[in-house]
Design a protein around this ligand. Structure first.
Ligand SMILES: [Zn+2]
Length: 242
């Protein structure tokens, strides 16, 4: 049922064509970021703001100092972890933390945010704000971009998507995050019922051409297809400048 509802979005009739024909809508999704939050499809920046994204809102990022420096340069002043976050579960496990994983994720955010300046704040996204059922990941696509910008799906008539920028990570960690997104979609989403999951590689046509992102997204798609032994993971690409 949930899968059917997702597939009703015109994007899924022909993802590659939809991207080519909806460049203006896609461009409207990008702007100056003020929030950093999780790649989870259920979290969105509120009030028409733009956000940058990494798994667990950054608690698993291997270069915390570099992440903070990048976010500060971009003007991000808010970190939004969320409840029911798989990233927080991995974070708590990795660090042998015995508390509730989402409470540990919140504690991490409250420490991390201090590096973003005296006015920086944390907003924990609660269950009522999540745009998905608890512990289920209905999204059948992930937006993957490489330029230093914020993104807000709601501003461009996109379907429910995971989202991630690799402008905040080295290539290895960016690939790891794509693999995590695909694994979450498979294991905690439609799994066996899934006939396609799309990585949407969005270049800006200038410093980050779609082609480069597309090649990288295919690395993740090939690896995931090997793991699930089905050609489920697919890549579509385009530029947001038009
Ligand atoms: Zn999360």
């Amino acid at each position: 049922m949930i899968r059917q509802k997702e597939l009703e979005h015109p994007f899924y009739a022909n993802p590659q064509k939809w991207i080519a024909e909806n460049c203006a809508a896609l461009r409207a999704c990008f702007g100056k970021p003020s929030i950093h939050t999780c790649v989870d499809e259920a979290v969105q920046p509120r009030d028409g703001k733009f956000a940058t994204y990494s798994v667990g809102a950054g608690d698993l990022h291997p270069n915390q100092e570099g992440l903070a420096k990048n976010l500060k340069e971009m003007g991000v002043e808010e970190v939004d972890p969320h409840v029911d976050c798989g990233g927080n579960k991995i974070f708590a496990q990795k660090n042998n933390l015995s508390g509730d994983p989402d409470a540990e994720g919140l504690k991490w955010a409250e420490g991390f945010v201090k590096q973003l300046g005296p006015n920086a704040s944390v907003h924990q996204i609660t269950e009522s704000e999540l745009q998905r059922p608890p512990a289920f990941h209905p999204a059948l696509a992930a937006v993957f971009y490489g330029h230093r910008a914020g993104f807000n799906r709601n501003l461009g008539n996109l379907p429910l998507v995971f989202k991630m920028t690799d402008a905040l990570a080295d290539e290895q960690y960016a690939l790891e995050q794509l693999l995590q997104i695909g694994t979450i979609a498979w294991e905690h989403g439609h799994g066996d019922q899934m006939d396609k999951f799309h990585f949407v590689a969005l270049g800006n046509g200038r410093d980050v051409p779609a082609k480069r992102l597309e090649e990288r997204a295919w690395l993740a798609a090939h690896e995931l297809n090997k793991r699930v032994q089905k050609k489920v993971f697919n890549v579509v690409a385009g530029n947001v400048e038009c």
